[in-house]
Design a protein around this ligand. Sequence first.
Ligand code: HEM
Length: 281
Amino acid sequence: MESEKKTQTAAEQMTDKDLSEQIKKVTKDSHVRAENTELMLSFQRGQVTLPQFKLLLCSMYEVYKALEEEMDRNSNHPGVAPIYFPAELARLEAIEKDLEYFYGQDWREKIVVPAATKRYCHRLRQIGKENPEFLIAHAYTRYLGDLSGGQVLSRIAQKSMGLQGSEGLSFFAFPGVSSPNRFKQLYRSRMNSVELTEEQRNGVLEEAVRAFELNIQVFDDLQKMLLLSVPENQLQTSRTHSTPVKILQIPGAIMQSSPLLRTLLGLFVALATLSIGIYAF
Ligand code: HEM
């Protein structure tokens, strides 16, 4: 914790040329777009649902698995070593705990991963091999984001899903970080200490915008998946209207398997037609 205090003075001396400032600046618009994805808006409205949260955890599991494996493999690389904080930041085990809570012990066989998540992971594996210094951009996007919103999102998730205690919410907890703000200062000063050529620095900044974009695509894909997975016989919500429109669908399977229901519905339609005819007459 002593090291966290020391960096507060360093933070005060940060300039526009610092990577931490530049990265925040270039991702400003992307951050706004990320905040305004359907999934993040559900969080902000306090309306995150269990299916949404479970799918998010599945994707985060894959993303952090790729990110943390690549960080571990490159932990001695000069572009990674200064920002390598597995004891304080690693998320993978926490997510595994949450997945077991929501899906049960056989969660590994049950998790669902959309295409956008696979693309995100593919990119992480690629840069882990080809440009390890670009991992700074991805670690910044995920870990500093989690540290910034973690506590608030945890409370919202707990309340909106009606969870008891903190079970299922380990993803948001950073027991190794006593003060998120101080830790973020330390992290920024470590980012600024990484020596990068002009070309590498531009590459990192571009990669940060890409990291946000990949996250946005994951969130959008999750929402699409949720819409597609709603069983036909349930009320469906159309997203083309600002006020959700609910559509009742009669499941085809029931119609096919129940001749009695078909007959009754036929009678109902015939009667309705007759009544309309009489009324019109
Ligand atoms: C519910 C949606 C979100 C809200 C309300 C939100 C809000 C915030 C706030 C208030 C901060 C602190 C800003 C500061 O200290 O100056 C922050 C920082 C941050 N957020 Fe978000 N955020 C959201 C989603 C995201 C997402 C989805 C990502 C990335 C995938 C993200 C990445 C970050 C990062 C990297 C920072 C650190 C910025 C820096 O200090 O350089 N946020 N966010």
